[in-house]
Design a protein around this ligand. Structure first.
Ligand code: MG
Length: 178
């Protein structure tokens, strides 16, 4: 399906449960913590939400359809693989990312001290400046989701300007026809 607008908004959401004894990966960064996020892949809740936001902006199939958890090849997969597929689709559709904004909801660890590292890694992965990447974090007060990490992401895509076709002057065209 070829998108028709010059800008496209995308929204992604994901959640993963904390499990003891596995690495915690958020936004492509490994954080020191006794628990990590379980899942079929590396459980990177933020990269999954970014991937789904990009796919959603293109009205493409979602991450679970492209990389089914039932497929053993994605077991323990590095989530940058999913993100790279979404980025390829964005490029192929003729778009680039204008900016992205995210909110993480988790009781621990505190994300504030890691925001700069996460922003830098996402900037590297998606190819836009850190100033265009929002990273916010909240605790799940009263939600009863203390054993899970949740990520919400919004992205804006803009159409890449294609180089103008070389102009052929009328005179030249006429003289050729004559
Ligand atoms: Mg996920």
């Amino acid at each position: 399906m070829k998108p028709t607008s010059s800008i496209r908004i995308g929204y992604g959401w994901d959640s993963h449960e904390f499990k003891r004894g596995i690495p915690l990966k958020i936004g492509g960064v490994t954080l020191e913590h006794p628990k990590g996020l379980g899942g079929h892949s590396d459980g990177d809740v933020l990269l999954h939400a970014i991937t789904d936001a990009l796919l959603g902006a293109l009205a493409a199939p979602d991450i679970g359809s492209l990389f089914p958890p039932s497929d053993p090849q994605w077991k323990g997969a590095d989530s940058t693989v999913f993100l790279k597929e979404a980025l390829t689709r964005v490029r192929q559709a003729g778009y680039r990312i204008a900016n992205l904004d995210s909110t993480l909801i988790l009781s621990e660890p505190k994300i504030g001290p890691h925001t700069a590292a996460i922003r830098a890694r996402i900037s590297e992965l998606v190819g836009i400046p850190g100033a265009s990447i929002g990273i916010k974090a909240k605790t799940p007060e009263g939600m009863g989701t203390d054993n899970a990490a949740i990520a919400h992401v919004a992205v804006l895509l803009e159409e890449v300007e294609r180089p103008a076709k070389p102009k052929i002057s009328n005179n030249k065209t006429k003289s050729k026809k004559a």
